[in-house]
Design a protein around this ligand. Structure first.
Ligand SMILES: NC(=O)c1ccc[n+]([C@@H]2O[C@H](COP(=O)([O-])OP(=O)(O)OC[C@H]3O[C@@H](n4cnc5c(N)ncnc54)[C@H](O)[C@@H]3O)[C@@H](O)[C@H]2O)c1
Ligand SMILES: [Zn+2]
Length: 352
């Protein structure tokens, strides 16, 4: 495992002027992948220093952000040097934001080590830390100069984390590519097992995300399609206190299942059988698709509606949702009646 990582991290620095790099990572990733990464940089003639933060979302807070900024400055990283985010979405978002602001902007490289980071957070240039008012509220658009996705790094990832990342991967099929979804239905076991199928699925997802971001980097339009399942999903994630009870990808799986059912049953946009096909695949890989699948108590429908309203602006009783006309046909609908959503969620809560 270590040698696989070391081998594929043998990369040439993108900037010929780059003499130094600082690697930002977390304890879990450091245990498996830091030394091979450092060795690969040494091999390429790049001196590196390391900053290791605790794993978990708490590292996207002001305190750790300050510590990482100070450590990067102390390691005498200057413009023309590199910051390297070696980790999942937490490390990518944190390091990207540090790189956006230290010395008014450093080049940085994303080396994603989770499936979620491979297919989502490392692509697109959104960087952020969290505020007491909500996640990702302090941030910047800052594109990495390189994303180095080595799928062998995923071999050490806990299966639950891999499965949660798969929800974001299948999202690209569900929102815009019915053929990719059908391919995943047939090949998901190989994607989980690793090898060429996994690489293909990750490459397809990156292409899909990059195409959307290229059309709309600042999310004034189409980029919002990437939020399929995220309105319901964020409310469920918040209801579980952003804890291990429900990982982000798990919440998005349940959120996409709800978005498909809502589109079919309450909006009449597609046959229920097609919605069920989408939901069946998520369930088959072991992701939650029903509120019953979420362990522990859930809040009332009023509280869930409050969480949805906090996340998305409600204008004159209307919510903006990503709805679907079928598998591979998502669209942005700004006029969803909040009362419809409430009735739907009440029914779903009653099924628990
Ligand atoms: N910028 C964006 O566009 C964007 C998009 C989606 C999500 N995000 C952000 O991404 C974050 C979630 O990312 P995540 O799911 O990757 O979580 P994460 O970075 O917390 O990683 C999940 C867990 O896996 C561990 N881990 C990571 N790689 C490992 C490996 N190879 N082997 C063993 N353990 C490993 C980590 O230490 C952590 O405990 C959230 O903060 C979210 O806001 C950002
Ligand atoms: Zn997401």
């Amino acid at each position: 495992m270590l040698s696989a990582a070391a081998c594929s991290l043998r990369w040439a620095p993108a900037s010929p002027r780059c003499g130094k790099a600082v690697i930002v990572t977390d304890d879990n990733v450091a245990r498996y992948h830091l030394e091979p990464a450092e060795a690969a940089l040494r091999h390429a003639g790049v001196a590196s220093s390391r900053v290791i933060v605790p794993p978990g979302e708490a590292s996207k807070g002001y305190l750790v952000f300050e510590q990482v900024c100070e450590a990067v400055i102390a390691s005498r990283i200057e413009r023309g040097d590199l910051a390297i985010a070696l980790g999942g979405g937490v490390i990518g978002d944190l390091t990207g934001f540090v790189a956006a602001v230290v010395r008014r902007g450093l080049d940085y490289v994303q080396v994603p080590t989770t499936l979620l980071a491979d297919v989502d957070s490392s692509v697109g240039g959104k960087t952020a830390i969290d505020s007491a008012h909500g996640k990702n509220l302090i941030g910047a658009f800052h594109q990495p100069i390189l994303v180095l996705a080595d799928t062998a790094l995923l071999d050490t990832l806990p299966e639950r984390e891999f499965r949660a990342g798969y929800a974001e991967l299948v999202k690209y099929g569900l929102l815009g590519d019915a053929d990719f979804f059908a391919w995943l239905e047939k090949n998901w076991r190989e994607v989980f097992a690793g090898g060429p199928a996994r690489e293909h699925a990750i490459a397809e997802s990156c292409r899909a995300k990059a195409a959307i971001v290229a059309r709309d980097e600042r999310e004034t339009g189409d980029r919002a399609l990437l939020n399929l399942g995220h309105t319901f999903g964020h409310a469920l994630e918040a209801a579980c206190g952003f804890s291990d009870r429900l990982l982000h990808g798990e919440a998005i799986s349940a959120g996409m299942a709800l978005a498909f059912e809502f589109s079919a049953r309450r909006q009449g946009l597609l046959p229920m059988a097609e919605a069920q096909r989408a939901i069946r695949h998520l369930a088959e890989v072991g992701l939650p698709t029903r509120l019953q699948d979420i362990p522990g108590p859930l809040p009332s429908v009023d509280q869930l509606m409050d969480l949805i309203a906090q996340d998305k602006k409600v204008k004159r009783g209307m919510l903006t949702f990503i709805l679907v006309r079928g598998i591979g046909s998502a669209f942005i609908e700004a006029g969803v009646d909040a009362r419809e959503v409430r009735v739907f969620l009440s029914e779903k809560l009653a099924e628990r």
